[in-house]
Design a protein around this ligand. Sequence first.
Ligand SMILES: Cc1cc2nc3c(=O)[nH]c(=O)nc-3n(C[C@H](O)[C@H](O)[C@H](O)COP(=O)(O)OP(=O)(O)OC[C@H]3O[C@@H](n4cnc5c(N)ncnc54)[C@H](O)[C@@H]3O)c2cc1C
Length: 140
Amino acid sequence: MRVVVVGGVAGGMSAAARLRRRDEGAEIIVLERSKYVSFANCGLPYYVGGEIEDPAKLLLHTPQTLKAALNLDVRINSEVTAINPGAHSVQVTDTETGEAYTLTYDHLILSPGAVAARPPADGLDSPRVHTLRTVDDALA
Ligand SMILES: Cc1cc2nc3c(=O)[nH]c(=O)nc-3n(C[C@H](O)[C@H](O)[C@H](O)COP(=O)(O)OP(=O)(O)OC[C@H]3O[C@@H](n4cnc5c(N)ncnc54)[C@H](O)[C@@H]3O)c2cc1C
């Protein structure tokens, strides 16, 4: 059985870890479009505020540690651009190389999160105004 999880950070990783505990034999592939698969969201404001100085301290897991601990096939820089439910497949694009491929699944878990809301207030479109949701947001 192959399970494909779209979105790797909080919800997607919880689902993948729980599934591994319930089924040792499942093939679990996690597709995450960013460079980071596991980071401490609650630490981001502390990095922006200067209390955490090294951004590496925000990172909790890498694809390698998740392979070793839970036998997960975690693919970062991997954006799902289309779902074909009839064929049980997703289209995946490598965000670094632009290479695309089709991946079939038996079960699909969608956990793509959200984007920060921007209320219609004057000045919010300034490049000096940021939202804070990801490691890249914090670095910016
Ligand atoms: C600054 C900050 C501080 C927080 N502090 C706390 C706290 O102290 N305690 C607490 O309980 N919660 C906290 N939260 C909330 C918590 O981080 C979120 O509730 C949680 O991350 C939401 O999980 P999620 O899986 O729904 O979304 P996310 O964690 O956003 O994960 C979704 C992932 O899906 C990926 N994705 C989206 N579309 C695609 C696609 N097409 N293909 C591949 N990948 C895709 C995204 O890149 C993203 O990494 C905080 C959040 C923020 C922003």
